[in-house]
Write a protein that binds this ligand. Structure first.
Ligand code: AMP
Length: 540
């Protein structure tokens, strides 16, 4: 028997209509060199209509991809809302990708238009001649200075393009399963892979962001979205904020501790989200420059494990509660959130809060051991985490990646245990990607680059703890007998092969890279050697 319920599709247009009308007085604040710039949600709604008309005018039809190469700001929010609402697909380009990867993902997604912030023109410009499908570049603001378009590509200013457009748009009704937005994730080996979110997945995920046992974003909140809109959809905050009427505070390019402290002082956020390194930096800064930041009732931290000391420091020094969460680009990204069970206090409460958290009803989780068997959720047994649910990806865009799925479950590559009451604790990652300041560095790419040097016979890269960036790469190299190549020469050798921020500063010469039984580099052993002081590390 079928239900009698209406088949009303869940859509981004519905979020847009609702936020711009019911929550029209809420605002998005963008930080600039001269302080805050404010736009009400009612005006965001009008500007979204204008943007959609402008994009149609440029020929954007159907599910064509419109990419963004932007910081967190109000124009990026407009792109988030307008592009999917008109039926097109938003593609958030990661501004920190190495040029070849940027070219790969833009061509692979077949981006037709790119919206770029003026401050990012120098990063995008050199790549433009290699982007084979791009026909239009839109520069936010009112000037295209510094942008030289290759032949066949037209350049526009955002404000010029939308200025005379109507402030209403007849948003089409879209199939809720159709693509709304896409974001490429890292591959430990090979090219980044595309995750495509649907209208339905984003809508349901937004509801989760507002659930009281989830991040609990609420009407009346002022959410400081430090987590980039170009990485894992800013953890869903832009859509959830429009759904619930929370105001958004966008730091644009001002992500260093001093401007963040100024933003907090000026805008009094009640909620904020960022990776641990941002909060570590802010905490250190506030030690030297005391300031009341207790307007923030809670800060959501994820992307890599939150050190317990950081949680305690925020609570003790600033009366700000830290909420730990786990997720991936593939999971929209909200997976688990560490809200302890009601009534639990003291050490037991902290243990729950240190964990990666509990999965909501919509996300099923299981652990699989080396033999492929499901292990018990007893808080002790360990396995690789696999997840399933309406906002978990079931494939990657345009590539065959069957090895990433197991009977319909996403293999996360993360290893840990789950308690009987559903709390996940990650003990390791099966992948060896290095998380540096919330961004990833592929150890395999670095290894391949180092091993390109004629004097290097073997090179293995592991992530080692770093106070500022959480993790940085350490390269263990085996040099050809008799070679006098120094570590600085090797670092110099890499300088035109990897992005500057990925350049390793930790180096160790070893006799041999330890190997597993099947002859692969044994990075577990290498890590143990490092932690036991068995590696002589040169820090450059
Ligand atoms: P990304 O898709 O770039 O967001 O990276 C997702 C990966 O980040 C996960 O598979 C984990 O390895 C890691 N990660 C995310 N959140 C946490 C967390 N709370 N603790 C430990 N690792 C995390």
């Amino acid at each position: 028997m079928l239900s009698t319920m209406q088949d009303a599709p869940l859509s981004i247009a519905q979020l847009l209509r609702h936020g711009a009308s019911v929550h029209g007085a809420s605002e998005v604040v963008t930080w600039t060199e001269s302080g805050p710039r404010r736009v009400s949600y009612a005006d965001v709604g009008k500007r979204c209509a204008q943007l959609a008309h402008a994009l149609r005018g440029l020929g954007v039809e159907g599910d064509e991809r419109v990419a963004t190469f932007m910081w967190n700001n109000s124009e990026h929010l407009e792109a988030y809302l307008a592009i999917p609402s008109m039926g097109a697909v938003l593609h958030t380009l990661n501004i920190r990708l190495f040029p070849e990867q940027l070219i790969h993902v833009a061509n692979h997604a077949e981006d037709r238009v790119i919206i770029v912030d003026p401050s990012l023109i120098p990063l995008l410009s050199p790549q433009l001649p290699s982007l084979t499908t791009v026909k239009h570049i839109i520069v936010t603001g009112s000037s295209t200075a510094g942008l030289e378009a290759p032949e066949g590509v037209q350049v526009h200013t955002y404000e010029g393009l939308i200025a005379d457009q109507p402030t209403e748009f007849d948003w089409p009704e879209v199939d809720e399963l159709s693509a709304a937005a896409m974001c490429y994730t890292s591959g430990t080996t090979g090219d980044p892979k595309g995750v495509v979110y649907s209208h339905r997945s984003i809508y349901l995920h937004s509801m989760q962001v507002c659930m009281s046992d989830g991040p609990n974003l609420a009407q009346g909140d002022r959410a400081l979205a430090v987590v980039p809109q170009f990485h894992a959809m800013s953890w869903g905050l832009p859509y959830a904020a429009f759904m619930i009427g929370a105001s958004l505070i966008m730091p644009d390019r001002f992500l260093q501790p001093a401007p963040l402290a100024a933003i907090i002082a000026s805008e009094k956020p009640t909620f904020a989200a960022a990776v641990p390194t941002i909060w570590q930096g802010l905490h250190l800064y506030l030690e030297q420059n005391p300031q009341d930041i207790s307007s923030m009732r809670e800060v959501l931290i994820g992307g890599s494990a939150v050190p317990p000391a950081l949680m305690h420091a925020f609570e003790a020094d600033h009366n700000v509660s830290v909420l730990h969460a786990w997720g991936m680009t593939e999971t929209s990204p909200l997976g688990s959130v560490a809200r302890p069970p009601a009534g639990v206090t003291g050490d037991a409460m902290w243990k729950y809060r240190y964990s990666q958290g509990r999965f909501p009803a919509s996300v099923q989780a299981r652990l699989i051991d080396d033999d492929g068997k499901v292990v018990a959720h007893d808080g002790v047994s360990v396995g690789e985490l696999e997840v399933r649910g309406p906002w978990i990806t079931g494939s990657y865009y345009g590539v065959d990646a069957e090895d990433k799925f197991n009977d319909g479950w996403l293999k996360t590559g993360d290893v840990g245990s789950i308690t009987a009451d559903g709390f996940l604790s990650l003990s390791d990652r099966s992948k060896d990607i290095i998380k540096s300041g919330g961004e990833w560095i592929s150890s395999v790419d670095l290894e391949n680059a180092v091993m390109g040097h004629p004097d290097v016979t073997e090179a293995a890269v592991i992530g080692v703890p770093d106070e500022k960036w959480d993790e940085r790469p350490l390269v263990a190299v085996v040099l050809r007998a008799g070679s006098e190549t120094t570590m600085s020469e090797l670092q110099q050798y890499l300088s035109d092969k990897v992005a500057k921020w990925q350049l390793p500063e930790n180096w160790a010469v070893v006799q041999e890279v330890p190997k597993t039984s099947v002859g692969k580099f044994d990075k577990k052993r290498l890590r143990a050697d490092y932690h036991e002081g068995g590696l002589e590390v040169t820090r450059l």
